[in-house]
Design a protein around this ligand. Structure first.
Ligand code: HEC
Length: 405
C-alpha cells in the first residue's frame, strides 16, 4: 500500500475510534452518574412503588424533561423496543486494534521496539506487545472470576501488581512511546472484554429470566455493575495513555515507568473523587487537591528523571556555526523531516515538521531541543545514529540563540 493510502486508513480508523470511544465513555459517565443520583421509588408515587423499582430521576437536556426509572422489572413484561449499549464498546475496540496493528505492528507508522534490538527484533516486539495485552486481560479476568468472589481485596492487589509488572516489561522491550500506548490498549481491551464476556452475557440472563416470567436476579445485575464500575475507573487512565504519545517528557524520561503508573493512579483517583462527590461534603477542595497532588507528583518525577543536558552530551563551550548544525540536521533528521524524505517509513514531514530550509530549522529550534537534546526521542530509537557530539552541537547552537550565521 502506498504511503498516502496507509495514512488514509490511519485517519479513518482513528476518526471512527475517537468517535466510538467518546460515545462509549460518555455512556459510562452518564449511567454511572445516574446510578449515584437516583431517588428511591418510582414515578407512580401516588400508588406506591412499582415492583422491581430501584430508583428514578428527572433530567433536563436539550430543551425538554426526561424521566428515567431504574428497575429489575419485578415480573412486568419485557418492554419493547429495549436499547442495549454495546456497539460503542466493540467499535472502539476493533478500530483501536486496527490502528495499533497499522501504526505499530505492521504499518510501520511508528516505532515499536526500543532500538537496541538486532534483526528480527520487530517480530519479537510484536509478540511481546500482543502477548502482554492478552496476558493483562487474562490476569484481570482470572482474578475477577475466580478470586474476587471470595477475596476481593487480594484479587485487586494481585491484578494491580500484575499491571505494574506488565507495564515494566513493555517499557523494557518497547520504546516508551509505544509502551505507554500498549498499556492503554491493554486496559481498553479489558474494558471491551468486560462488556463482551460479563456485561452482555449478564444482561442476556436478565432478559431471559424476565421473559420466563421470573424477576431479574439482583446477583446477575450486580455482577454486570461491578465490572461496569471497573470500566468507569479505567476510562481516565486509558484516555491519558492514548494521548500520551504527544508528550515525550512523559514517555521518554529515566522514570517513565513511574510516570506511567502515576498517570494511571491519578486518572483513577480523579475518577473516584468525581464518582463519590454526591455523598462527599465539600468535594471540590478534595478534587482540587487530588489534581494538584497528581500534577506535583508528575512534575517532580519528570524533573528528577530528566537527564541534564551536560550529562547527556559533552558540553561544548565554543560557539557553533549554523553550517555545523545544518550538517547534523541534514545527516540525522532530514531523512524523515523533509518534503521529500529518503526514509519513507513515516511519510513526508512527520509531526508536520520539515527541515528543508534554514528558516524551517530555526523556527523549530525549541522543539528540536526538546526532542533531540532533552528527551532524546528524536531520531526515533536513534534510527539515524546521531552521536553525543552532534546532540551537543545542536544544544550549543540553541543555547547561543539559534542564529543562522
Ligand atoms: C526515522 C524518521 C525520523 C527521524 C530521522 C527524525 N524524526 Fe523527528 N519525527 C519523526 C516522527 C515519526 C515524528 C512524529 C511523532 C512524534 O512526535 O514522536 C517526529 C516528530 C518530530 C517533531 C515534532 C513533534 C514535537 O515534539 O514537536 C520534531 C520537532 C522532531 N521530530 C525533531 C527531529 C529532529 C531534531 C531530528 C534529528 C535529530 C529528527 N526529528 C529525526 C520521525 C523522525
Amino acid at each position: 500500500m502506498s504511503g498516502s493510502a496507509i495514512e488514509l486508513v490511519d485517519l479513518i480508523a482513528r476518526w471512527i475510534h475517537v468517535i466510538a470511544a467518546i460515545m462509549w465513555a460518555g455512556n459510562s459517565m452518564l449511567f454511572n452518574w445516574l446510578d449515584r443520583n437516583l431517588r428511591p421509588g418510582s414515578r407512580d408515587a401516588a400508588g406506591g412503588n412499582a415492583p422491581g423499582a430501584l430508583g428514578q430521576i428527572w433530567l433536563l437536556h436539550s430543551g425538554a424533561f426526561y424521566y428515567v426509572e431504574k428497575t429489575l422489572l419485578g415480573g412486568q413484561p419485557m418492554p419493547k423496543p429495549l436499547h442495549w449499549f454495546k456497539w460503542q464498546a466493540y467499535t472502539t475496540w476493533w478500530s483501536g486494534m486496527a490502528l495499533l496493528i497499522a501504526v505499530y505492528w505492521f504499518g510501520g507508522r511508528a516505532l515499536l521496539e526500543n532500538g537496541s534490538g538486532g534483526p528480527g527484533s520487530h517480530a519479537h516486539a510484536v509478540w511481546i506487545a500482543a502477548g502482554s495485552i492478552l496476558l493483562g486481560w487474562a490476569l484481570y479476568e482470572g482474578m475477577q472470576r475466580f478470586v474476587a468472589p471470595r477475596l476481593p481485596l487480594a484479587a485487586n492487589v494481585i491484578w494491580i501488581v500484575g499491571l505494574a509488572a506488565i507495564s515494566l516489561t513493555l517499557l523494557h522491550y518497547l520504546n516508551g512511546r509505544a509502551a505507554f500506548l500498549h498499556v492503554g490498549a491493554m486496559l481498553g481491551t479489558i474494558m471491551a472484554a468486560n462488556v463482551f464476556f460479563t456485561i452482555v452475557p449478564s444482561q442476556r440472563e436478565l432478559v431471559a429470566s424476565v421473559n420466563e416470567g421470573r424477576g431479574a436476579d439482583p446477583a446477575v445485575s450486580a455482577r454486570a455493575k461491578r465490572v461496569s464500575i471497573h470500566n468507569n475507573y479505567f476510562t481516565f487512565p486509558v484516555i491519558v495513555l492514548m494521548v500520551s504519545n504527544h508528550f515525550p517528557a512523559m514517555y521518554a524520561g529515566r522514570f517513565n515507568w513511574l510516570l506511567l503508573l502515576t498517570l494511571i493512579a491519578a486518572g483513577a483517583a480523579v475518577r473516584h473523587v468525581l464518582n463519590i462527590r454526591f455523598t462527599l461534603p465539600s468535594w471540590q477542595p478534595i478534587l482540587a487537591a487530588t489534581i494538584t497532588a497528581s500534577a506535583i507528583a508528575l512534575f517532580t518525577i519528570m524533573r528528577v528523571g530528566a537527564e541534564a543536558p551536560s550529562v547527556v552530551a559533552p558540553a561544548l563551550t565554543a560557539p557553533v556555526t549554523f553550517a555545523e548544525v545544518r550538517h547534523v540536521i541534514d545527516r540525522r533528521c532530514a531523512a524523515c523531516h523533509s518534503s521529500q524524505p529518503s526514509d519513507l517509513s513515516f511519510g513526508a514531514a512527520p509531526g508536520g515538521v520539515m527541515f528543508d530550509t534554514p528558516e524551517q530549522i530555526r523556527a523549530h529550534a525549541e522543539r528540536i531541543r526538546a526532542r533531540a537534546v532533552l528527551t532524546r526521542t528524536m531520531p526515533p530509537a536513534n534510527k539515524t545514529l546521531i552521536t553525543e557530539l552532534e546532540r551537543a552541537i545542536i544544544a550549543r547552537w540553541i543555547a547561543g540563540g539559534a542564529g543562522l550565521k
